[in-house]
Design a protein around this ligand. Structure first.
Ligand code: CA2
Length: 145
């Protein structure tokens, strides 16, 4: 349990690398998973890497992480800006939580500037591209040690 990090991705991130590459870059989600997996293994950690377009599935994974994981990294995508339910689920998780946004949400439309998840996140990584997942992973590993 202590060596497992849940890395959760919200709606439309399955399209990463296929559309809007000017905003999100050209790497796809499989590439991101591989990068995270490599970094985790170098540090003696395993990852669960999931993407879903369904809010309830993100919530169920967060509940599951309470039993199985030492930390959560989450890019809630569009749900960042709307979901009190995901925030509530994260409040029930005791370990470190890092929130990732590939793009700089503060520099985009006003409705993206606020994230409910940021109210629980111990760290926010914003606008670093997909490298932000690695920054987040380094952070949660540093917290767990
Ligand atoms: O910058 C991020 O990581 C976001 O969480 C991405 C979300 C957006 O709603 C947030 O405001 C910021 C969108 C994810 C959709 O990703 C796509 C990737 C390629 C093509 C279409 C959508």
């Amino acid at each position: 349990m202590k060596n497992l990090v849940y890395i959760l991705n919200g709606p439309n991130l399955n399209l990463l690398g296929k559309r809007q590459t000017d905003i999100y870059g050209s790497k796809n989600l499989k590439d991101v998973e591989q990068l995270c997996d490599d970094l985790a293994h170098k540090n003696g950690y395993d990852i669960f890497f999931g993407q879903t377009n369904a809010e309830h599935e993100l919530i169920n994974w967060i509940h599951e992480a309470r039993e199985k994981a030492c930390a959560i990294i989450i890019n809630p995508a569009g749900y960042s800006h709307t979901s009190v339910a995901i925030l509530d689920a994260l409040h029930a998780f005791e370990g470190p939580v890092a929130e990732v946004h590939i793009s700089d949400i503060k520099a985009r439309e006003k409705f993206r500037h606020f994230s409910y998840v940021s109210l629980r996140a111990d760290k926010e990584v914003i606008g670093e591209g997909v490298t932000g997942y690695l920054t987040a992973l380094e952070y949660v590993i540093s917290q767990a040690k």
